[in-house]
Design a protein around this ligand. Structure first.
Ligand code: MN
Length: 231
């Protein structure tokens, strides 16, 4: 087969303790999945989970022990951090029941759902898609994937983000409105999950702006941490 121009290379994420890398298919994201974050965004009450996507090539893949570099994006005056637990799907499927979700999970990573909040808010106001606020280039920093057997009890892990050494976000994955297993059940009813899919599971409260020069350190207990500098 020949191509008119070189096809886009497969984006991949390093895996703790492995030489083989995790090839990325799609990036799904869950909106407003921690109660205190939903409140700070002006919403209350449990609503069914909702999803948006980012392109696979919007990842900023940070290798183990490295500090990633994210360019400050165009068009925004209000770039927000959202620290998130990321689920890496190893086995695909549709209509997966929450009780069976664990067997579809390869591992977990720490990710940032970076958001052009001013543009997202404008799109919300107009009832338009969020793509320009959420799915821009370099909008999805991610650290190495920890295989689930080495990850400990991720469902009850502390999740935190520091900016320039000061706490911005601190919560626990146990506070997810829709658990990882429930999220997989809902998501796989809407799309057929594939090996290589990543799920950004939502952010706790404390989202705020960053500027060029800031260093972000994201952690989920039991996983490889994520360090990114905005340039
Ligand atoms: Mn998010």
């Amino acid at each position: 087969m020949s191509f008119l121009f070189p096809p886009t290379p497969t984006v991949s994420v390093p895996v703790l303790g492995q030489t083989s890398r995790f090839p990325v298919h799609r990036i799904y994201c869950v909106g407003r999945n921690y109660e205190e974050h939903a409140k700070e965004m002006g919403f209350t009450g449990r609503e069914p989970p909702f999803f948006f996507l980012k392109p696979a090539d919007s990842l900023v893949v940070v290798e183990a022990g490295q500090t990633g570099s994210m360019p400050y994006p165009s068009l925004t005056q209000n770039l927000h951090h959202e620290i998130e637990l990321v689920v890496a799907i190893g086995k695909g499927g549709r209509n997966i029941r929450a009780a069976d979700a664990a067997e579809h999970i390869y591992g977990y990573a720490v990710g940032l759902d970076m958001t052009r909040r001013d543009l997202q808010n404008e799109m919300k106001k107009q009832g338009r898609p969020w793509c320009i606020g959420k799915a821009f280039d370099h909008s999805a920093p991610i650290g190495p994937i920890t295989p689930k057997a080495q990850a400990g009890d991720v469902n009850h892990a502390e999740i935190s983000l520091q900016v320039n050494g000061a706490d911005r976000q601190r919560s626990n994955v146990a506070k997810l409105i829709w658990s990882v297993a429930e999220t997989i059940e809902h998501l796989s009813a809407a799309w057929e999950l594939q090996p290589g899919d990543l799920i950004y599971t939502g952010t706790p409260e404390g989202v705020a702006a960053v500027v060029a020069g800031d260093t972000l350190v994201g952690q989920v207990a039991g996983l490889v941490s994520l360090q990114v500098q905005i340039r």
